[in-house]
Every structure is written in structure tokens, then in C-alpha cells.
Design a protein around this ligand. Structure first.
Ligand SMILES: [Zn+2]
Length: 623
């Protein structure tokens, strides 16, 4: 570390007096602004709503009016959107079709999609000076990439970066210092690998970092990124440009005076604070929403003057505590509305340490550009079971990969590795703990392969999903949770007919005459043995009794219900079933349940409360 500081000091002294200010400006990047029509051939141009479809493909079911109901702070109807809250796993699960007992199955492929992370390879080039010294060490490089991934994970961005191969060091590099864009472009041309993002680490440059263009498979970074979480903001910002993001203060006007962001543009070119204001009569894009045409063209990032403020520290638009310093910025747009900029956004020019948030629109835009980059979908897969029983051993395998010396596996909490760590075959024992949406991941050590994951759902319990109140001689489906590699043995009342599905997790049956019957299933194999049963009331004359919404419990559950519950019972879990998709979720307590119901879409649900001695099934209507 000491050697690095020495090199930095030398650089500062040898540069002109200006250099002190540059070193303090951990703020500016050299990526150019793009013309307003730069993305006019893209499906999202002037159509932010396109991004709703993109997010939906990744399991994020945002409200349909999301982009049309953004307030002046960039918040949906006044509240900050957390993508996590809108994660809808059932979106990716095929709906159950009549007559096809397997169509409701949550396949391993669907489950893989649910947790799909796109790994983008980075090729790291370290440019040494004439004494063969670089201000970067390998641990610092690994650390900052981890920190970038952490920031992406915190924002629910399904993208991660990894170092694709050995880091290449270039002794006495001509590009250790990049005085101009020309030298940057020469470096990008001379040191470049295909199908990766080339990350160049240099000692100094005409800016503290740049991606050259948007999007880009190249970027350079100066040592401003070294020093932990507070300094990762620059690398995140440049990678944002690489994946297609504009500055939040993006200007589509020319201005020679600094600062030159959105705040100095004329009426036709300025992004307004208002999210509904449209382009004026004699402007390009007349009639289109300004938040889609000006600035970064995303309505869920608020209009921003340009948070860098002035040139020197005393003029910065954001202070050390990440608070906005209004005297250093214009506080109102051309129409007199007060700015509410987002100083925590990664694409702003706020200080590095402030930049930690990414809007849903920005995430969708990065995902839209993703096909231009090589990522894990072209790689390999883990083979093994996704739906497993607790307290059972399972094996997972990846192919033997060329150039990989070791395989580092991580397993879900509560799971122990029996054997195979370091090899391409792992045997694990799932402990007592259960749950869905867990992950098992392998990190190949060496060159050229990203980590891959397989989703894991650990079950110690199954239940039967299907109607409990039906008409006579009618045909229905009953289903239970999927456990891989088990045989399902269903028992139906003698007066009923099994139409299809015996042995699988879903059956189709035809009921007999009126009465109360028990339907059961046992799942066994591979060390598993699970059992469930359900009481079905057959009555009436129609094909199915309608669910009476008037007698249906509202969510949240009312308190009276608790009074009727036996005194000494202990709640084991609550299962929330969407009878439309047959997808289900499990929680362990009433508190978790109350938290979850807030996130449920309106509709009809079956809630099963599993106690130590019995199970109750309730119907709920979420309005
Ligand atoms: Zn930038």
C-alpha cells in the first residue's frame, strides 16, 4: 500500500497545479454524452413501458402503470420501489392446462430461470509504468469486483461480473497514463479480447475513468477505485455505461461552460422535473414525454441538474455526507420546478461513496443490452436434483472443464458437504432445514468459466393442492409439490376413477356420488418418504361449488380465528397456494405471513396452516 501511495504522490507533484483538484474530484468520468436519437432504433426508445416486459422476463412483475405514475423524486406513486417486493416466481411457471397432468409442474428449467444470474466476464489488463509498477494489487482488483457485485445484488440486478482469466500485466505500458481520448482508443484497440468486457487499470488519465462509448466492451479506470466500498462507485458507474446506461444528468445540448449537465439546457433539450411534461411545439420529439426524450430518457430517475456542481471541492453539488449543496447547483428547472435529484444513483456525478442505487428502469436497460455480452447462458450446467428432501444425501456434477484446476462449491445454509469439494462432483447432505429458493453454486478456479448455480428447494413436507368441495361425477386435478426422483402413489376413494397421472405429482380424477372422502398421496424414493391427505366433500349437482367470497376470510387473518384454535398447538409453517398456477410459498410464522400477504397480487388463495398435530386449510381473498 505504501508503494502505491508513493506512486500517486509522484504523479500529483509532476502534474501541474490542476492535479490536486483532479485527484479530489472522485466524480467525473470521461464517457461522452449521447445524442437524443442515439437509441432511436431500440424498442424502448420513447417507450419506457417496454422495460416492464423486460423485467417480467426476469420475474419482476412491476405495476403496469409504474413508469406513468412516477413522482418528481423518481418514486412510484410516492414510494420507492424495491424490485424484491415485485418478484413473482409464478410468472415463469407454466399455467396448469386441463387434461395435461404435468403442465403445472415447476420444471428444473423454470426454477433455474427464477434465479438466473447473468455472469459477465471481465478481462483485466494492468498497465505498468516504465519502472514496471502499477498502483493496483491483485487483492484490490478482486475486492472491488466483489464490491460491485454486492451493490448489484443489493439492488436485485440479476447480473454479476467475474474475472474471466488470468490478469494480464503489461510492463512499461505506453498506456500507463492516458492523456487523451486518442491514447485511450489506441489502448482499447491494442489490448482487447472478444466476448468479454476489457477492464484496463491505468495510473492516470484525461478523466478518472471512461467507457469510451455507450454501450461498450472496454473501459479504463484509475486508482480512484481502490479503497473499499466508498470507492467502488466509479467502477459501477463505468460498468453501467458499458451496459448501456446514460448519466442521470445527461445533456442533449451543448454548453461550453462547466458544469454542463442538464441544468444549462434550453427548453427543448432540458429534462424537466415534471414527469408528465411534453416536448414543446418547435422542439424535436414534439409531444413526447420529456422524461423519455431528454436527460437519461428514463422516467424513474428524477431530473438532475448535474451533481458535480463546480470544479473545486468548495463548489461540489454533493458534500461529504452525500447531502446536496444547493447554492452550488441550480435548484429549479427552466419551468420553475424544484429539482429532487437522486444523489445515490450510480449514474450520477455524486461522490463515489454516495452512489449505491439503481432504478428499475436502469436495471431493465442493462438487461436489454445483455445479449451483446457473452455470459453464463453459453456455458455449462450443474446436473442434479433441484427439488430435494431434507436429511437426504444428493450428488451434483459439472463436466470436467478444460483449464480448470479446482471446483469451489458453495451450498445452502444448513447443508453439509459430504465429499467432493474441489472436484467436479459434490455430494451434500441436506440437513433438517427446509425452504425454497436456495442455491447451490460452483466456482471453477482457473480460466474462462463463470460460476453457475442450481436452485434448491428442500422439503420435509408435502400437501395436496386441489378443490376440497366438488360436485359428483366431475373431473378435477389434484397436485402435490415436486420432489425429484420420487414415485407418487395416490389413493382415491373406491367410487372415484383415476383418469391419469398415477405415479406423478399431479393426477386427474373423476368423483363419484355425494359424501365426504379422503384423498391421499405418498412420495417415496431416494431416501424420501412423505405423505399427505386431504378431505373432499362431494355434494350438489353442478360440476363444482363456487367459492363463496362472502364467507371467505380476508387477509390479514382476523383475530377471532385464533381464539378457536386449540390451546397447545404449535405452528410449524404456513403454506400459501395460488390455485391458479399451483405455485406455493412457505413461511414459518404469522409475522412472516403478514409480511408476505402485502406482496400478494389480488386474487384467491388457499392457505394451509400446519401445526404440530394437525393442518387447517383456509380460503383467502386478497382484494
Ligand atoms: Zn459517466
Amino acid at each position: 500500500m505504501k508503494a502505491i501511495q508513493t506512486i500517486l504522490c509522484l504523479f500529483l507533484i509532476t502534474s501541474q497545479g490542476f492535479s490536486q483538484e483532479i485527484s479530489e474530484r472522485d466524480l467525473e468520468c470521461g464517457t461522452p454524452e449521447m445524442d437524443a436519437y442515439f437509441e432511436s432504433d431500440k424498442p424502448w426508445f420513447l417507450n419506457n413501458n417496454y422495460f416492464l416486459e423486460v423485467l417480467q422476463r426476469y420475474g419482476y412483475d412491476l405495476p403496469k402503470d409504474y413508469f406513468d405514475s412516477i413522482d418528481e423524486r423518481g418514486h412510484y406513486k410516492g414510494e420507492k420501489i424495491s424490485l424484491r417486493r415485485y418478484k413473482n416466481d409464478s410468472l415463469l411457471i407454466p399455467k396448469l392446462k386441463k387434461g395435461n397432468p404435468n403442465s403445472g409442474r415447476i420444471s428444473a428449467e423454470n426454477l433455474r430461470l427464477l434465479s438466473l444470474i447473468n455472469y459477465i466476464p471481465l478481462k483485466v489488463w494492468v498497465h505498468q509504468n516504465s519502472s514496471n509498477v502499477s498502483p493496483f494489487t491483485q487483492p484490490q482488483i478482486f475486492e472491488v469486483i466483489d464490491l460491485v457485485n454486492e451493490l448489484f445484488a443489493n439492488n436485485d440486478v440479476p447480473i454479476r461480473f467475474y474475472i474471466s482469466c488470468d490478469i494480464t500485466t503489461i510492463p512499461s505500458s505506453l498506456y500507463n497514463n492516458l492523456p487523451s481520448e486518442n491514447s485511450m482508443n489506441a489502448m482499447f484497440n491494442n489490448f482487447q479480447e472478444n466476448n468479454v468486457i476489457n477492464l484496463h487499470l491505468v495510473a492516470s488519465g484525461f478523466s478518472i475513468g471512461s467507457s469510451g462509448t455507450i454501450p461498450s466492451t472496454n473501459l479504463f479506470i484509475t486508482p480512484s477505485i481502490v479503497g473499499g466500498e466508498a470507492n467502488r462507485g466509479l467502477l459501477v458507474h463505468e460498468l453501467g455505461h458499458c451496459l448501456g446506461l446514460f448519466h442521470t444528468h445527461a445533456r442533449h445540448c451543448s454548453s461550453s461552460s462547466y458544469p454542463n449537465g442538464n441544468q444549462n439546457c434550453n427548453n427543448c433539450n432540458q429534462e424537466s422535473v415534471s414527469r408528465t411534461k411534453t416536448q414543446g411545439l418547435f422542439c424535436l420529439g414534439t409531444g413526447t414525454k420529456k422524461c423519455e426524450f431528454n436527460g437519461d430518457q428514463l422516467c424513474d430517475t428524477p431530473a438532475e441538474p448535474n451533481l458535480i456542481g463546480g470544479f473545486s471541492a468548495s463548489q461540489y453539488g454533493v458534500n461529504e455526507s452525500c447531502q446536496i449543496v444547493w447554492p452550488n447547483l441550480k435548484s429549479q428547472d427552466n419551468w420553475g420546478d424544484f429539482y429532487s435529484p437522486m444523489q445515490f444513483n450510480i449514474m450520477s456525478y455524486a461522490r463515489s461513496k454516495c452512489r449505491n442505487s439503481i432504478s428499475a428502469g436502469q436495471i431493465a436497460k442493462m438487461l436489454s443490452y445483455l445479449p451483446s455480452f457473452a455470459h453464463s447462458s453459453s456455458g455449462y450446467q450443474i446436473t442434479g436434483f433441484s427439488n430435494v428432501c431434507n436429511n437426504v444425501q444428493y450428488s451434483y456434477n459439472v463436466p470436467s472443464l478444460q483449464g480448470i484446476t479446482s471446483y469451489n462449491w458453495t451450498v445452502p445454509e444448513g447443508t453439509s458437504i459430504v465429499s467432493g469439494q474441489g472436484t467436479n462432483t459434490l455430494t451434500v447432505s441436506f440437513g433438517n432445514s427446509v425452504g425454497t429458493n436456495k442455491e447451490l453454486t460452483v466456482y471453477p478456479q482457473g480460466c474462462g468459466y463463470p460460476p453457475v448455480s442450481i436452485p434448491i428447494n428442500v422439503r420435509n413436507f408435502i400437501s395436496i393442492l386441489g378443490p376440497t368441495s366438488v360436485g359428483p361425477t366431475s373431473t378435477f386435478n389434484y397436485s402435490t409439490q415436486v420432489i425429484d426422483n420420487v414415485v407418487y402413489q395416490w389413493s382415491i376413494p373406491s367410487s372415484w376413477t383415476m383418469q391419469s397421472g398415477q405415479g406423478s405429482h399431479t393426477i386427474q380424477v373423476t368423483t363419484g356420488g355425494s359424501g365426504t372422502y379422503t384423498l391421499s398421496v405418498s412420495a417415496s424414493g431416494y431416501g424420501c418418504s412423505k405423505y399427505a391427505e386431504i378431505q373432499v366433500n362431494v355434494s350438489g349437482s353442478g360440476p363444482i361449488q363456487r367459492v363463496d367470497f362472502h364467507s371467505t376470510n380476508e387477509i390479514p387473518p382476523n383475530q377471532k380465528e385464533k381464539v378457536h384454535e386449540p390451546f397447545k398447538r404449535e405452528l410449524v409453517k404456513i403454506i400459501i397456494i395460488d390455485p391458479y398456477s399451483y405455485f406455493n410459498m412457505e413461511v414459518q410464522s404469522e409475522e412472516e405471513f403478514k409480511d408476505l400477504y402485502l406482496n400478494l397480487k389480488s386474487g384467491f388463495y388457499i392457505i394451509q396452516k400446519v401445526y404440530t398435530d394437525q393442518m387447517t386449510t383456509l380460503k383467502y381473498l386478497k382484494r
